[in-house]
Design a protein around this ligand. Sequence first.
Ligand code: ADP
Ligand code: MG
Length: 414
Amino acid sequence: MPVPAHQATTRHLGAAYPFVAERDLGGGGVLVGRDLFGGAFVYDPFVLYGQGVLSNPNMVVFGQIGRGKSAFVKSYLWRQSVFGRRAWVVDPKGEYGAVARAWGTEPMALRPGGSLRLNPLDAVHGAEQDADGAARSRAELLVSLAGTSLERPLSPCERTAVELAVGDVSQRTAVPTLPMVVEALLEPASSSAAAVRTDAATLAADGRQVALELRRLVAGDLRGMFDGPTSAALDLDGPIVVLDLSAVYHSAALGVLMTCAAAWMRAALRRDGGGGPVLLVVDEAWAILSNLGVARWLQSSWKLSRAWGVSNVAVLHRVSDLSAAGAAGSEQVGLSQGLLADSETRVLYAQPPEESAAAASLLGLSETEQELLVRLGRGVALWRVGGRSFLVQHRLSPYERALVDTDARMAAGR
Ligand SMILES: Nc1ncnc2c1ncn2[C@@H]1O[C@H](COP(=O)(O)OP(=O)(O)O)[C@@H](O)[C@H]1O
Ligand SMILES: [Mg+2]
């Protein structure tokens, strides 16, 4: 362990390191590991939020590659499962398979040409009481999907065209698919046109750009992923849902998938009336924050965490990742920085020396903490919990080691 060995009484330690030599957080929760200034370190965002120690249950984890960020998150989820907590994991590297299997489920790995299919219009399934409500939710989802892909908000004419097309196909079939909606946009029913006092040709012209954009999802290189009924193998109601993005995170499918994921989550939470707290993890968040659809989705999840009973966890490399999500002043950067502001728990693994000053000023670290930050060894993190600091050595059980071992996977892939 690179933190220098030290002999001192606890009283002296308290004076020398007032920032870390604090009493524990209290309140119970899962064991994370050893507080290097004495005792066990136990943490639960929901308990601390309930007690008013934290004003939100969200967490951001920073650290260089290989320092143990994902290992911490995986074992943390596993330990939280003992308390019946559920989890959603957005997994850009495809490394949560063992964790999902430990919970008795398979990760959802969508890939072009793969066997899994996901119908975006199925995402609201079961959350709406009536057909009208379902059609409205579907139209909303398609409006946000098309807006993300076109990288602009839809015009009122375009929105209307989408609503009418979805309404039309919803009358004909219980669960519409994207190709049906694209068809209804390209060739609208005369009854749809009459409803907005226009003719079918004008309505078709209004919806054409959206139709062509959505058509990319059913015809282009993403064909086979979003254009039919959802595969029975996709279990969105299990105790853990792992979205393996490893095959799609450089493609246009990413924004689609994340927009769908947002709708599923909302539907799942509404279906069981907020049935217990959920942990939502976005590992390697830096890799996907530049996607506007993803950034918007994350922001809504972070903002709504209290209302939904969701504790969001984002994993990043450096604090500068937040400003690197897009051009200066872009919506992505604003959204990314908002995540930090709405995360009162910050877990800091080692940072490169050139990042430590920026990290210290952004996260309000003391000088001693800033010095420590560049010297932390694997598995050791500085935890900032609602303004208090702890130095924590994360401990893994032998069983958990097998769940988290990314070194072995990398060695095997060499
Ligand atoms: N607390 C720990 N104790 C022992 N080994 C660890 C610990 N944390 C991580 N490791 C090992 O380090 C490797 C890299 O960790 P990982 O969590 O994948 O890094 P990253 O920070 O890049 O997410 C893993 O294979 C894991 O087995
Ligand atoms: Mg990792």
